[in-house]
Design a protein around this ligand. Structure first.
Ligand code: WT7
Length: 669
C-alpha cells in the first residue's frame, strides 16, 4: 500500500454513528450488546459456536464435540460427529419452512431484458436434476468437480448439486487464462469440469470451452466436460465420449426426480478454492462443511443484518471466496433472496449497478472499493437518475476503502445515512473476521472496525530483518480457532502449517494497526502478495512467467500504488546478454502473463534494468524496488546493505523515464 494512502488512513478522524431507525429490529442493535456477546463468546467459545450452529443450520445428527484440536499440526475439527448436507440447508429445508415460493436467486443477464428468477422450489428441481446428471457421470462423494464458469445460474446450481452428492467443487475464476486453469485442475485432480461455450463480457463473447481444450491435454484426471450453452457459439468442438452439453445431459432426468442429500460429516470438505500463495503455485484452500456453513450463515446474518424480506446483492464473482460465502452459501442457508449479475458495472453504461438496485429494490449491497472508485470517477449523473431508496446497508470488501471512496459511497449511494460495513477477511478465513455490525458499531471511514464476536484477533509488533533492514511492523494474527477457518491446504500439509509456524497462531499475512479506541486499520499485505482490484496475486507466480521468456534473465515483481486498482503490478526485468530491450518485447512479456495467468495479472509497467539491487549474499532488495515503483525515492532506507550501490541511480532514472514517457500506455482495463 502506498505511503500516501497509509497516511490518509492514519489521519482519518471522522466517525459515524449507526442509524437509529432499524436498531430495534436489528440482530445486534447496540455497541453494548455487541460487547456483551463478545464477552460471552470469549468466555465460552464452544458454547457460543455450538449455539450458533444449532440455531442456523439443520443437522441430520448433532455433533459430539464442537471443537477438536490436534495440538501438533494446528489442525482443528469443528462439530465432530455431526451430520448435515449443504444443499439440504440451502434449499430443502426452505421448502417446508414457508419459503418454498420465495425468490432464492434473481439473475440479471448482461442483456437488460435477460432475467431469470428461481424460487427455492425451482432451485430444488434444477439441483436434483444436475445431481442426477453428475452422478450418471460417476461423480461420487469426495470427487472433485472443477467449475470454470461465467456468472450464470448454472454455476450456483452446479455448486449445490456437488454439495448434494458430497462431491467437492473447485471453482476457477472465468477470467483466468491457461496457466491459472491448468495448475488448479491439476492440483485438484478433478474428475469432471463444468464450463460454458463462452462468457459474455461487455458485449463480447469470450470463449471458455476453447480455452479449456488444450489445457485438458495435460489433465489426465478429467473424464468428462459438461458444457453450458450460454453464448450459442457455433462450432464448439466436443470430444466424443468426454464432452457433453449440459442441456443434453440433464434432459434425461425428469423434473420430479428427487436426488436424496448425502448425509455428510461436518468435517468433510465442502469445497476447494485456490488462492495465490507466496510461491509460484496456487494454494488449494479447503473448507469443511459444518464449520464453513455455520460461519457463512452466521456472518451473513449479523454483518448484513439479514431479514426475511430483504433483497440482498453481493457483486463479487462466484469464482472468488466472496461469491462463495456471500452470494451463495450464506444467503441461501438463511433462506434469503440473492441477486446475481452476469455483466460488468460499466457496460453498456456505467449505471448497471444502480439500475439493478432500482429494478429489484435491493436492500443490502455489498461491493468492492475498486468498483466504487471506478464509478465515482464517472460522475454522479449516473447515480442520480435512479431511485436507490430501497437500500438499507452498504458493504465493502477486498482492500482498505480509502476515505475518498468511502465518502462518495456514503453520500451518493448511502444518502449520508446508511452504514457501510467494511469487512476484512481472506479466502482462508471463510467469512468476515473484522467487520462492522451495521446497527451496533460507530464507523470510521477506512477502518474495518472490530473483530466479530468469537474472533480473537490481535497485532504482534515485531522487528523483522527483511532485506537486511530493521522495520517495525504489526502482524495481524488470530489467536483462537473459529468455525470458518480453512481445514487445510489440499495435499500440502506443510503449506497449511506455514500459516501457524511463525507465531504458533494463525498469521494472516496482513499488517494492521489498532487505534486508541480499539478500531482496526488494515495496512495491506506483509508478504509477497499484490492486491489488484481486491484480488490477491502472487509476485512469485508472475515472476515465474516472465523468466520463462527466453530473453529474460531475472524478474522482480512489486506492487505500486494505483488510483483505481488500489495496487498495480510493476515488474523489473533484466535481459540476457546481447538481448536488447524493445517496446515489442515489453508487449510480448505483458501478453505472456496475460495468456498464462490472466489479464488481471498483466503488469502495469515493465522496467528493463541492467541489474537488480542485491545484498552481498545475493538477495534481491524488494523493499527498495517497492519504494522506487511508488516514486518514494527519498525513502529507500539503509542502502549500505547493497552489494553495489551504483545500481540504484540507474534504476531510479529508468523509473522516472518510464513514468514520464509512457503515462497510461500500459494500463490494463
Ligand atoms: C486479502 C485477502 C475475502 C475478501 C476478498 C479477497 C485484503 C480483504 C479487506 C478489507 C483491507 C482487505 C487483505 C487480505 N482485504 N478485505 N476490508 N480491508 N484489506 O480475498 O483474495 O483471499 O485476499 O485481501 O490483504 O489478506 P483474498
Amino acid at each position: 500500500m502506498s505511503q500516501e494512502r497509509i497516511t490518509s488512513l492514519l489521519t482519518e478522524k471522522r466517525s459515524y454513528l449507526p442509524p437509529e431507525h432499524g436498531k430495534s429490529a436489528a440482530w445486534i442493535g447496540s455497541q453494548e450488546e455487541y460487547e456483551s456477546i463478545c464477552q460471552h463468546a470469549n468466555d465460552d467459545p464452544e458454547g457460543f459456536w455450538g449455539a450458533r450452529a444449532a440455531q442456523l443450520l439443520h443437522w441430520f445428527r448433532p455433533w459430539n464435540k464442537v471443537l477438536q484440536s490436534g495440538s501438533e499440526n494446528f489442525e482443528y475439527q469443528w462439530f465432530v460427529g455431526g451430520k448435515l448436507n449443504a444443499a439440504y440447508n440451502c434449499i430443502d429445508r426452505h421448502l417446508i419452512n414457508g419459503r418454498r415460493n420465495k425468490a432464492a436467486l434473481i439473475w440479471q443477464g448482461e442483456n437488460e431484458m435477460n432475467v431469470r428468477c428461481y424460487t427455492y422450489q425451482m432451485l430444488y428441481t434444477e439441483v436434483c436434476r444436475v445431481a442426477h446428471a453428475l452422478s450418471s457421470l460417476r461423480v461420487r462423494k469426495g470427487d472433485r468437480v472443477a467449475l470454470y464458469m461465467p456468472m450464470i445460474p448454472e454455476l450456483v446450481i452446479a455448486m449445490l448439486a456437488c454439495a448434494r452428492i458430497g462431491a467437492i467443487h473447485t471453482a476457477i475464476f472465468s477470467g483466468y487464462a491457461e496457466g491459472g486453469v491448468l495448475s488448479r485442475i491439476q492440483d485438484s485432480k478433478a474428475k469432471v469440469v463444468i464450463t460454458a461455450d463462452a462468457a459474455m463480457r461487455a458485449g463480447k463473447v469470450k470463449p471458455l470451452k476453447a480455452n479449456l481444450d488444450p489445457i485438458l491435454e495435460k489433465c489426465p484426471s478429467v473424464a468428462h466436460v459438461v458444457v453450458v450453452n450460454r453464448a450459442r457459439m457455433e462450432n464448439v468442438a466436443m470430444k466424443r465420449n468426454r464432452d457433453v452439453w449440459w442441456h443434453d445431459l440433464i434432459d434425461d432426468f425428469t423434473l420430479d426426480a428427487d436426488f436424496p442429500c448425502e448425509p455428510m460429516s461436518a468435517t468433510d470438505t465442502l469445497f476447494l478454492l485456490h488462492t495465490s500463495g507466496s510461491t509460484g503455485k496456487p494454494t488449494g484452500v479447503m473448507h469443511s462443511l459444518g464449520g464453513y456453513l455455520t460461519y457463512a450463515a452466521h456472518t451473513t446474518q449479523w454483518v448484513f443484518d439479514m431479514r426475511d424480506d430483504d433483497v440482498y446483492w453481493c457483486t463479487a464473482d462466484i469464482g472468488w471466496i466472496t461469491g462463495h460465502t456471500y452470494a451463495v452459501y450464506g444467503p441461501l442457508a438463511l433462506g434469503a433472496t440473492t441477486v446475481m449479475f452476469e455483466g460488468v458495472p460499466t457496460w453498456p453504461n456505467p449505471d448497471r449497478y444502480w439500475r439493478i438496485i432500482e429494478k429489484f429494490r435491493v436492500n443490502i449491497f455489498y461491493t468492492a472499493p475498486t468498483v466504487v472508485r471506478s464509478l465515482m470517477r464517472l460522475g454522479v449523473a449516473w447515480t442520480e437518475r435512479y431511485d436507490l431508496s430501497s437500500l438499507r446497508i452498504l458493504g465493502s470488501v477486498g482492500e482498505p476503502i480509502n476515505p475518498e471512496a468511502w465518502t462518495w459511497f456514503h453520500k451518493y449511494i448511502g444518502r449520508e445515512e446508511l452504514p457501510i460495513v467494511d469487512t476484512w477477511w481472506q479466502t482462508e478465513t471463510g467469512g468476515a473476521m473484522i467487520a462492522a455490525l451495521p446497527y451496533a458499531n460507530k464507523l470510521k471511514p477506512g477502518s474495518a472496525t472490530f473483530p466479530l464476536p468469537g474472533i480473537d484477533a490481535t497485532i504482534i509488533q515485531q522487528s523483522t530483518e527483511e532485506d537486511g533492514e530493521q522495520e517495525q511492523r504489526g502482524y495481524l494474527v488470530i489467536r483462537k480457532p473459529w468455525p470458518g477457518m480453512m481445514q487445510g491446504v489440499f495435499q500440502n500439509p506443510q503449506k497449511y502449517r506455514s500459516y501457524f509456524e511463525r507465531f504458533g497462531i494463525y498469521e494472516s499475512g496482513d499488517g494492521a494497526r489498532i487505534d486508541e479506541e480499539g478500531y482496526y486499520w488494515i495496512l495491506g499485505r506483509i508478504d509477497d502478495s499484490i492486491n489488484v482490484s481486491g484480488h490477491r496475486l502472487s509476485t512469485a507466480e508472475i515472476e515465474t512467467v516472465l523468466t520463462a521468456h527466453p530473453q529474460v534473465g531475472e524478474a522482480a515483481v512489486v506492487p505500486m500504488p494505483h488510483d483505481l486498482k488500489g495496487e498495480a503490478i510493476y515488474a523489473y526485468v533484466t535481459l540476457h546478454e546481447d538481448c536488447p530491450w524493445s517496446e515489442e518485447l515489453r508487449t510480448d512479456l505483458r501478453n505472456l502473463v496475460r495468456r498464462d495467468i490472466g489479464p488481471l495479472a498483466s503488469p502495469e509497467y515493465i522496467q528493463f534494468v541492467e541489474n537488480l539491487p542485491k545484498t552481498c549474499s545475493g538477495k534481491t532488495l524488494r523493499r527498495m524496488l517497492r519504494k522506487i515503483a511508488g516514486s518514494a525515492y527519498s525513502d529507500l532506507g539503509d542502502t549500505t546493505s547493497l552489494a553495489s550501490p551504483a545500481v540504484l541511480p540507474a534504476i531510479i532514472q529508468g523509473h522516472q523515464n518510464l513514468m514520464a514517457g509512457h503515462p497510461e500506455q500500459y494500463t490494463d482495463a
